[in-house]
Design a protein around this ligand. Structure first.
Ligand code: AMP
Ligand code: GLY
Length: 424
């Protein structure tokens, strides 16, 4: 079959890399793609939310499956767009429909879902500009640190955690009254702070059945020792060493099962990936921090390399409602990835720097993220440039290989964290 992947990051390069290995894939397209996807697929310069252009491409290339990478097109209803058009409604779209994508599109929607289905999560209340005074009063009932979340999509910047009550009140005002995050902060969720260690759980569902993929842990802060500004992710490790069988069992029973049951009860049409952000709190109890309606990036760059199944077979089973017939097989080895970023990221940075040394890499898989081809050279085009993934018998061995590979790579003002896995 002919397949289209939407997106242009390391996650989409990992999708394309895995799909291209399948004998079931005839032609593979990525829109818009990057210099890495160009090695395994045909890039087409179309934006991920340009639905009309995507439709034209699908018809022209006789594409039968669309795998959606990022959340934006899902929250804007790309799956519904296909279902509502006779010319393309036969195409399988991997990703939830718009109502279900609200699990990521609205923090309040996600919290209401979690409460309705008795899934463990932090206590919360939500507020608007009209109820900002009630928000101040609610903050006074909580202990520091204070967790404030813009309700809508805010490019990963909408969560603010503060230690000081007055600062938290000022931040709440800035979000609600001064529209700090624009439309995204017309509502704000204030949450109880959960103390513990985080991990991510990835679930595939066809709306009826589910399968759990390996866990992963990502490193969100720019600086070593988990310090400094939040980023999209600076590295990842899979499996998560502290996720014992007993703990994984709790995640499945208390969180995954009621989540999938909740989709059915609430009539949320969901064919796709569920990314459950979790925190392990005292007493070894998992609680949900957030849902994302897509795979994580850079977690995909360590999770997919450990999946032994033919990926297209798995995607087809998701689309056809036959996931129960699939046995997920996982590589026993650990996989790790280290993200190389442009100096200055996540604030201002320069682009267009040539990346050298790529053809000398043997022991790792370089998944391209913010990198593009220009005059036959691979140059930087974003903050997160490339995720260097390696396998190992242990995660320590895998991390060592990734760092050895990075030593052979270079671009002007390249930066990466040298302590991925430090806390495990
Ligand atoms: P999110 O964008 O929802 O993933 O939140 C960003 C980060 O904020 C998470 O990865 C956590 O580190 C932190 N966070 C979010 N909610 C809480 C909470 N209730 N308690 C503690 N930390 C939180
Ligand atoms: N790495 C976190 C995310 O994809 O949201």
């Amino acid at each position: 079959m002919n397949i289209l992947v939407l997106g242009s990051g390391g996650r989409e390069h990992a999708f394309a890399w895995k799909i291209a290995q399948s004998p079931l894939c005839n032609a593979l397209y990525v829109a818009p793609g990057n210099s890495g996807t160009a090695n395994v697929a045909t890039n087409v310069n179309i934006g991920v939310t340009d639905f009309e252009a995507i439709k034209e491409l699908v018809l022209e290339k006789e594409i039968e499956m669309v795998v959606v990478g990022p959340e934006d097109p899902l929250v804007q209803g790309v799956h519904d767009f296909f279902l509502n058009d006779d010319a393309i409604k036969h195409v399988s779209v991997i990703g939830p429909q718009k109502v279900a994508a609200e699990l990521e599109g609205s923090k309040e929607f996600a919290k209401e879902f979690l409460y309705r289905h008795n899934i463990p999560t932090a206590a919360y209340e939500s507020f608007t500009a009209e109820t900002v005074e009630n928000g101040y009063a609610f903050l006074e009932t909580l202990k520091a640190p204070y967790v404030l979340k813009a309700d809508g999509l805010a490019a990963g910047k909408g969560v603010v955690i503060l230690n000081d009550l007055d600062e938290a009140k000022a931040e709440l005002k800035s979000m609600l009254v001064d529209a700090k995050f624009g439309q995204a902060s017309t509502k704000v969720v204030i949450e109880e702070f959960l103390d513990g260690i985080e991990l991510s759980c990835f679930v595939l569902t066809d709306g009826e059945n589910y399968k759990i993929l390996p866990t992963a842990k990502d490193y969100k802060r720019i600086g070593e020792g988990d310090t400094g500004l939040n980023t999209g992710g600076m590295g990842a490790v899979s499996p998560v060493p502290f996720a014992t069988d007993e703990f994984l069992n709790k995640i499945e029973e208390r969180i995954v099962k009621p989540t999938i049951e909740g989709f059915k009860k609430d009539k949320l049409p969901y064919v796709g990936f569920v990314f459950i952000g979790l925190i392990k709190v005292e007493g070894d109890d998992p609680k949900v921090i957030e849902y994302n309606v897509r795979m994580g990036d850079p977690e995909t760059e360590v999770v997919l390399p450990r999946l032994k199944n033919d990926f297209v077979t798995v995607l087809q089973a998701m689309a056809n409602g036959t996931l129960n017939e699939i046995e997920i097989e996982i590589d026993e080895r650990a996989a790790t990835t280290i993200m190389m970023v442009s100096g200055g990221y996540p604030e201002a940075y320069e682009k267009g720097k040539e990346i050298t040394g790529l053809n000398t890499i043997e022991d790792s898989i370089p998944f391209h993220a913010g990198a593009q081809l220009k005059d036959g050279k691979v140059v930087t085009s974003g903050g997160r440039v490339m995720a260097i993934t390696s396998y190992g018998e242990t995660y320590q061995e895998a991390i060592k290989k990734s760092y050895q590979s990075i030593d052979k790579l270079n671009f002007d003002k390249m930066y990466y964290r040298k302590d991925i896995g430090f806390d495990l």
